[in-house]
Ligand binder design. Structure first.
Ligand code: EPZ
Length: 419
């Protein structure tokens, strides 16, 4: 789990942060570069460990990948393999997103169950049942999954839950399928729309990206193209909350406020002053933060589950009581015991519900990141706590936050990463 962050808290954060490209848009788009068997130019690709793992997978499969700053040039012409090794799938569970495009192009893919994580079981039943409905045979030997088909046929898929990954995997499998595929009750996250935008530029025929009904009409081939990945809305929301908890003032550049409007509404209700324009957001927190009665995570456009741990910290520092309900993952509470070590007043009612009673200040402690966003929440808490905090297991945070130490130092934080 590599290094630890050592943070001396209590500093007001002030300054500007440039937001990177979205991790959760980049990962499905990197998998989608398999499809065209040609050149794909991806601009604004975040340099984080998850995208590095996705590039390792592409290179393992035979793609040529070159990097020029934040632009990746991926040529998938010379792909030779259809199996993704266990160690790469286990390193990044979202490797499952390679199934759809590999099935679409090579009619065969072998990989491994990613397994659960701190957030819960993370099943992939919605992905596999859709592939079967499209004509794929799926054989499971232990944790190995062998998927193959003569061809994929368009069909109608009614998702019982608007799963982000399942929506993306079905779109990717349907691009070359015979006929039309209609996905109903699909995820509407901006990262879905960005994937559909990328595919459209390559010649795919897709309607409804970003809505709850998407129609894909199969085509024979995709062409080379260039795409700029959308900004990371979760990275943006994380920095806004860090500034709010510290009582500071922050301007985010290269951000699309429309992607985090539900979060901005909450921050305003809690007392933050927010100004926004087409490419930037400025937040100032000079008053006492006030809790709202409840926060419930929901599929987009509701409050994102990926902001729940950071919001827990904000509410722990605000006046009053806030009741949380986490409706997306069955166990996204690993940050709570760590925050309690720092003096937070949080009572868990169930795996998905907890009550936060705000109090003025948290105190420094030694804590442990158990997952990506929970780790970001611990850094957020440490920035506002009195004294020094050690946040262990930095590799969790490095999966999704590029240059977080440099960015925080630039806006006045006292943070070092010790390996
Ligand atoms: C994506 O995960 C994101 N990851 C997650 O971000 C995000 O929290 C999640 O969507 C929800 O918005 C990436 O995009 C790489 P889901 P994904 O399929 O696709 C259940 C982060 O911190 N489900 O929408 O795995 C599942 O158990 C990460 O950046 C099934 O039951 O999320 C969960 O309870 C964390 N069967 C719920 O749906 C399935 O076949 C949401 O999962 C698939 C999912």
């Amino acid at each position: 789990m590599l290094g630890k962050y050592v943070i001396s808290g209590g500093k007001r954060l002030k300054g500007t942060v440039k937001i990177n490209g979205s991790k959760n848009a980049a990962l499905p788009i990197l998998a989608a570069t398999v499809l065209n068997g040609s050149v794909n130019v991806l601009e604004n690709c975040p340099q984080i460990s998850d995208t590095k793992t996705a590039v390792d997978i592409l290179r393992h499969l035979g793609c040529l990948v070159n990097k020029e700053n934040k632009t990746l040039i991926i040529n998938s012409a010379s792909m030779t393999k259809t199996e993704i090794p266990r160690e790469l799938v286990k390193k990044m569970r979202s490797s499952i997103i390679f199934m759809g495009p590999m099935l679409a192009r090579f009619k065969k893919v072998t990989l491994y169950y990613p397994g659960g994580c701190e957030l819960g079981k993370r099943p992939i039943d919605l992905h596999l049942s859709a592939f079967k409905k499209m004509g794929a045979q799926i054989e499971e030997i232990g944790d190995k999954i062998i998927c193959s088909c003569e061809k994929l046929n368009g069909c109608e898929v009614n998702l019982t839950f608007p799963s982000v990954g399942a929506t993306q995997n079905i779109i990717l499998a349907a691009v070359f399928a015979d006929g039309e595929t209609v996905i109903k009750n699909c995820a509407m996250e901006p990262e879905i729309a960005d994937l559909c935008d990328f595919l459209g530029k390559h010649g795919a025929v897709i309607e409804g990206g970003g809505t709850s009904r998407i129609k894909i009409t199969g085509v024979k081939k995709l062409t080379p193209s260039r795409h700029k990945i959308i900004p990371d809305r979760i990275e943006a929301g994380t920095y806004l909350i860090m500034a709010a908890v510290s009582g500071g003032k922050i301007t985010l550049e290269n951000v699309d406020f429309r992607h985090i409007s539900s979060l901005l509404d909450i921050l305003s209700e809690m007392g933050c002053e927010i100004q926004k324009n087409s490419h930037s957001i400025t937040l100032e927190m000079s008053k006492q933060l006030l809790n709202i009665p409840s926060i419930k995570t929901l599929p987009y456009p509701g409050i994102p589950t990926d902001m729940q741990p950071q919001l827990t910290v904000l509410c722990a520092a605000a006046k009053g009581v806030c009741e949380f309900e986490e409706t997306i993952f069955e166990n996204r509470t690993a940050h709570i015991p760590e925050l309690i070590k720092m003096g937070a007043d949080i009572k868990q009612k169930s795996d998905r519900e907890f009550i936060v009673r705000g109090r003025n200040s948290l105190k420094g402690a030694e804590v442990y990141a158990r997952d990506l966003r929970g780790g970001a929440a611990l850094i957020t808490a440490a920035l506002s706590a009195s004294g020094t905090t050690i946040v262990n297991n930095s590799s969790h945070i490095e999966r999704g936050y590029e240059n977080i130490v440099e960015n925080l130092l630039k806006i006045g934080a006292d943070i070092t990463l010790k390996i």
